[in-house]
Design a protein. Structure first.
Length: 240
């Protein structure tokens, strides 16, 4: 049975760029109108494998559309049984979809992950090195005290980093989704909604903070389609 696979929602018209191929090398087309349309291709009704090649093709279609116009990304493996079901989905969700599309219009997503220094790479003040040998129990307690003191110091430093980063980026960011201290070393995992013309300034200001906190590892990615800001709240793309 043939289904319709959805990549995203756009304003309708103008027409799509030619030559965009979706999953299974199926041509991409628009379904809907007059105000909203789904970027779609025909597909088997079965779910596609979750692997790098297939997810990458989904993302490539969304990114190709994003170069031409604002797009509201759909989650991977968003399938409907036919064009009528797609039109009904657009009609029933027109208010929310239209609002979300206006929200991300002219904007892209930037991702940032910040890692704390690896254990043992920074000295902890106030602890004598090397450790005094007084027996296994004493050494164990000293190591635990050292770990706890280092952890508290790194968390305090991480909180300072997050505060300075937020103050510096706030004028450039429309919205943000911040997830601090998800693990012992992952100081921050964040997504930012940034206007196209502010991406260069955004990168520059992240670089300023990176120089200031050079012991931390920074991974800045993007610009991407605004997956984290597509459904009216910063926690995921549009789904069925």
């Amino acid at each position: 049975m043939t289904a319709v696979y959805l990549y995203g929602v756009v304003g309708y018209p103008p027409p799509l760029a030619r030559g965009v191929l979706g999953l299974g090398d199926s041509p991409v087309f628009l379904v809907g109108g007059p105000d909203l349309a789904a970027v779609a291709s025909y597909s088997p009704l079965d779910l596609w494998p979750i692997d790098e090649a297939h997810v990458g093709r989904h993302e490539a279609v969304v990114e190709a559309i994003m170069r031409d116009r604002p797009v509201l990304p759909m989650r991977y493996n968003s399938l409907l049984p036919g064009n009528e079901a797609v039109t009904r989905f657009l009609r029933q969700g027109s208010r929310a979809l239209g609002s979300a599309l206006r929200r991300v219009g002219g904007r892209v997503e930037m991702g940032l992950r910040i890692l704390a220094p690896a254990p043992g790479t920074e000295a902890v003040p106030g602890l004598p090195l090397p450790l005094c040998v007084r027996g296994p129990g004493t050494n164990y307690l000293r190591r635990r005290m050292e770990e706890e003191r280092r952890g508290a110091r790194e968390r305090e430093r991480g909180q300072q980093l997050i505060a300075e980063l937020g103050a510096l980026l706030e004028p450039l960011v429309a919205e943000s989704s911040l997830r601090p201290f998800l693990t012992e070393r992952l100081t921050l995992s964040a997504s930012y909604l940034v206007a196209h013309d502010r991406v260069a300034a955004f990168r520059e200001r992240v670089g300023v903070v990176q120089q200031r906190f050079s012991a931390f590892g920074f991974l800045l990615t993007g610009p991407w389609p605004p997956y984290h800001f597509a459904n009216g709240s910063p926690d995921g793309s549009v789904g069925l």
